[in-house]
Design a protein around this ligand. Structure first.
Ligand code: SAM
Length: 317
């Protein structure tokens, strides 16, 4: 699949497929005049970078709207690509900090968007420092010191790493609206007892509630991916202090609880080296059935079990 004319071609495509033009905040005629890669060569989409560009104008607006009022906020966009969501954000937000790895796309975005509205950072988002963004890019933060809003139609190959990166940066984040593969969103937002509930659900939800918003078919993207995609909102409100658990140790413990799906929670903990007597005693104290599986346990019960093991002096590796 070749994106023959960069953003121009993309815009023609999206306009032909929808009655509404993306809210790019800049007149389309101006775009046509300005948006050409310097080489004017056809630009192949790069599957390795997860380049499936959103062409559904309604979805673009819904994603931007799902962040709430942006008028006083800077939004960090992960992987702006051809700028479809960036335009809708630039029309609503005080500033957009767009982190794009692809050199050619970064050039296009810089040509298209005025720097007083959109700062394009050509960087791997996995190396982007959310904590120091405010001081590193002062032009993007007129209000200074605010907690960041994050948006991204994520490159699906590195979804987990991006989620972990955001979790690790939670102190400076307020909320995120992210598009991921539908099955991943199912796992992120799953509740105890459901088929999809597991390590990813508990890990993400320990950093704050995650809510499914809407799902899109492959035809909403150019080129179309093989999978459906789902947008979810994640509000950063970590629960470690409230539940009386220590972050690193607790997440390691949860990983051990889910280690083998077919095993009971008790057997998984014993296999991880927790003494059998300590496991049995803690299950009783935490009012968890001896045969319980991790898939059935609400976050509060994992926390209760961790606290009991800790109080009983069980060495949690
Ligand atoms: N936001 C655009 C849209 O919705 O049409 C593009 C989304 S596309 C699914 C993912 C984007 O992330 C691509 O532009 C790709 O080049 C970029 N990308 C891939 N890996 C990246 C990384 N490690 N850091 C920053 N951007 C990355």
């Amino acid at each position: 699949m070749f994106l023959q004319y960069g953003i121009c071609g993309y815009l023609r495509y999206s306009c032909a497929n929808s009655p509404t033009v993306p809210d790019l905040a800049f007149p389309q005629a101006a775009l046509s005049a300005r948006l050409q890669l310097p080489s004017k060569k056809p630009m192949p989409a790069k599957p390795k970078l997860g380049q499936n560009f959103l062409n559904d104008t309604d979805a673009i607006q819904r994603i931007a709207a799902s962040l709430g009022d942006l008028s006083d906020h800077t939004v960090v966009e992960i992987g702006p690509g051809l700028g479809a969501i960036t335009g809708a954000l630039a029309a609503r937000a005080a500033h957009v900090l767009a982190v794009e790895l692809d050199h050619n796309l970064a050039i296009l975005l810089r040509v298209h968007f005025p720097p007083d509205r959109v700062t394009v950072v050509e960087q791997d988002v996995l190396h982007f420092d959310f904590e120091t963004a405010c001081t590193e890019f002062p032009e993007a933060f007129a209000n200074g010191g605010e907690r960041l809003l994050v948006v991204g139609n994520l490159p699906y190959g590195i979804t987990s790493q991006i989620l972990l990166k955001l979790a690790a940066s939670h102190a400076v984040l307020d909320r995120a609206v992210l598009m991921v593969q539908r099955e991943v969103a199912d796992r992120i937002t799953a509740q105890p007892g459901s088929r999809d509930y597991g390590l990813l659900s508990v890990t993400v939800q320990m950093y704050g509630p995650a809510q499914r918003l809407f799902t899109l078919p492959p035809s909403a993207f150019t080129p179309p991916p093989d999978v459906h995609s789902t947008v979810f909102r994640w509000r950063f409100a970590p629960r470690f202090a409230e539940l009386g658990v220590e972050e690193t140790s607790f997440l390691r413990f949860v990983r051990q609880c889910f280690a083998q799906k077919r095993k009971t929670l008790a057997n998984n903990l014993r296999a991880a080296g927790v003494p059998p007597a300590a496991v049995t005693a803690a299950l009783v104290q935490a009012a968890i059935a001896p045969q319980a599986r991790a898939e059935a346990l609400p976050i509060e019960s994992f926390a209760a079990l961790w606290r009991c093991l800790k109080a009983n002096g069980a060495a949690l590796s």
